[in-house]
Write a protein that binds this ligand. Structure first.
Ligand code: ATP
Ligand code: MG
Length: 582
């Protein structure tokens, strides 16, 4: 396919992609469909993270896209999606990050098969490629200082100036490059640059550096190398070495595409048998930061507990928070793949989360801010074990998730905010003289309140209607409010963490000196809650719905056997939307 033809297809599809985000085939899928229809023998993509941090939600999008494409076309041609650890920068990379990346990709539901690679495995080959460029007169060792190189690079309006070292002989270049690798020179004394065009309107073409001296040991190659390849050089060539056909990256690399092609061309990778780069827009979402540098600061400066703090938008944090992988996949699918840089509402993510949890989670009762209720017409020590399903039978598409027994006793707890001493208009919950339903139990009427010296209500004196067992009164009278509750004598006291959004501004840091100024001071609140006994059997990692309150996850780190430590995954409704509207 000619370059022209490819470019036109690209732009043509791109426009429709912008309009139909999230529905049907995205523009990259359409490009690949056309390639497959035209007889391309295979589709190979890759996900190329740099192991210098944990993966975040933006990476999840790239993972779903790249692995998703390999799955989508697997019926038509042989396909593969590689996981390539792009570990060309020895300073920042650690094995902990490599392990977390592998775990996160697998957890999201994808499989790289045989395709696990490290860019550092190609160091030998990349070095040979660089030597070939020198031999062909397409690269030279520049001995200007970094400042001189910067000053002679020019800018958008001004062409660059050739380096005085640009016309070194092949022999001299080979000798210097060899001695750079032998460790003879200090960092910054020389760099190897591609010899392209210092006057190019595309600044990436102005003799870009391809190898630099770094006296740093690498987590996989140890002290073998004293020169390390630059991203632009290593990336496309790694793609070519692996036989990648479609190299998909984010839009900021659009201007690098001609350079991507230049290296492949210069090293003799034939058009038709070499990878091509396609760009899509990064995922940005409100109330969230998705940049490794910022996430690093949150962790290293102690604003969160760790990379997998449940408030972090890292895949590990979201997993710990209670996100099922399907919720992330659905969200990424719906977010669509376009070339428009947009800021997505975090509400879409939360919606995908609630939707997935609603369809799978068991439900039980917990009271977060307990207010004591004494049922005066129940004898002291009396226990009534009520049978209650884990998923309400009356609900559409109800799941059979089993049942548990709930103890009903003389002393109970209800949610403090379900009682109002002076009821507001249309208050269907409890107040003095009012009758409500206790979920799965009975109808209950409040007669009096007990207050402490400060005047705060600390106890409600109530009676139950024994002819309303299960919650349906014998005379069929209507009762609107239904409350959740827990036995005070049989319930278990437990600290529950109420996580909320980590940032309180839609675009953290916008118009401020620092994004940390927008940290939400109430992103973590601990309450002393009461759990119904069945909740003690919830295994770590499971999310259950606390009825009327939201979804809560038994934390994998803080839970002990028989003593789950719950945190809020997400509320039932978007409380932020209400605040914004009201
Ligand atoms: P960050 O800006 O967070 O440091 P990065 O792009 O430097 O991210 P890499 O590890 O190099 O991080 O990224 C691996 C892949 O994930 C790249 O192909 C990159 O384009 C993609 N990616 C990173 N962030 C996003 C995002 N917000 N949306 C979509 N894709 C992303
Ligand atoms: Mg990067």
């Amino acid at each position: 396919m000619s370059h022209m033809g490819r470019h036109m297809t690209h732009t043509g599809v791109e426009q429709s992609a912008g309009q139909s985000a999230g529905q049907g085939a995205n523009f990259i899928e359409e490009i690949i469909s056309a390639h497959v229809a035209a007889g391309r023998p295979r589709v190979v993509t890759r996900f190329p993270p740099e192991p210098n941090g944990y993966l975040h939600l933006g990476h999840a999008k790239s993972i779903c896209l790249n692995f998703g494409l390999a799955l989508k076309f697997s019926g038509a041609v042989p396909t593969q999606c590689n996981l390539r650890l792009d570990d060309t920068n020895p300073a920042a990379e650690e094995d902990e990050f490599v392990q977390s990346i592998k775990e996160d990709v697998r957890w999201l539901g994808f499989d790289w098969g045989e395709g696990l690679y490290f860019a550092s495995d190609y160091f030998e080959q990349l070095f040979e490629f660089a030597v070939r460029l020198i031999r062909d007169g397409k690269a030279y060792v520049d001995s200007q200082t970094p400042e001189q190189m910067k000053a002679t690079r020019g800018d958008f309006h001004t062409p660059g100036v050739n380096s005085p070292f640009r016309d070194r002989s092949v022999e001299e270049n080979l000798d210097l490059f060899g001695r750079m690798q032998a460790g003879e020179f200090e960092h910054g004394a020389h760099v190897l640059r591609a010899k392209i065009d210092m006057a190019s309107p595309n600044i990436n073409f102005r003799d870009p550096p391809i190898y630099r001296i770094l006296h740093a040991d690498h987590h996989r190659t140890g002290s073998k190398w004293r020169v390390y390849p630059m991203y632009d050089f290593a990336h496309g060539l790694s793609d070519a070495i692996e036989g990648v056909t479609h190299s998909i990256c984010t839009l900021e690399f659009e201007d690098h595409r001609p350079l991507y092609d230049w290296f492949l061309e210069a090293l003799g990778f034939e058009e038709g048998a070499r990878p091509h780069q396609y760009e899509f827009s990064r995922l940005n979402i409100t109330y969230t930061v998705l940049s490794k540098r910022r996430l690093q600061r949150l962790v290293y400066e102690g604003h969160v507990e760790s990379w997998d703090d449940p408030r972090m938008p890292t895949i590990a944090g979201m997993r710990r928070r209670g996100y099922p992988p399907a919720a992330l996949r659905h969200f990424c699918e719906r977010a669509g793949v376009t070339k428009n840089n947009t800021l997505m509402d975090v509400g879409h993510l939360e919606h995908a989360l609630r939707e997935t949890l609603n369809a799978t989670c068991r439900r039980a009762m917990a009271v977060l801010r307990p207010l004591k209720v004494v049922v005066e017409n129940l004898p002291e020590g009396h226990v009534e074990w009520l049978e209650a399903p884990f998923y309400p039978a009356e609900e559409e598409g109800a799941l059979d998730l089993g049942a548990r027994r709930v103890p009903f006793t003389r002393e109970l707890y209800i949610e403090r905010e379900d009682f109002m001493e002076v009821p507001a208009k249309k208050w269907f919950r409890l107040s003095v003289g009012a009758e409500v339903r206790l979920r799965y139990a009975c109808l209950l009427t409040c007669h009096a309140v007990v207050k402490d010296e400060g005047g705060e209500v600390v106890e409600l004196r109530c009676t139950w209607d024994p002819a309303s067992k299960g919650g349906t009164p014998a005379d069929g009278r209507k009762v609107k409010g239904t409350l959740h509750w827990v036995s005070a004598t049989h319930g278990a006291r437990a600290d529950v963490l109420l996580y909320d959004r980590l940032f309180s501004a839609p675009s953290p840091g916008e118009g401020k000196g620092d994004f940390l100024e927008d940290l939400n001071p109430s992103s973590l609140e601990a309450v002393s809650a009461v759990l119904e006994p069945a909740l003690l059997d919830v295994p770590p990692g499971e999310v259950v719905q606390f009825e009327r309150l939201g979804y809560f996850c038994a934390d994998v780190k803080r839970s002990a056997p028989g003593a789950p430590s719950f945190h809020r995954t997400i509320g039932l409704k978007d409380s932020w939307a209400k605040v914004a509207q009201g």
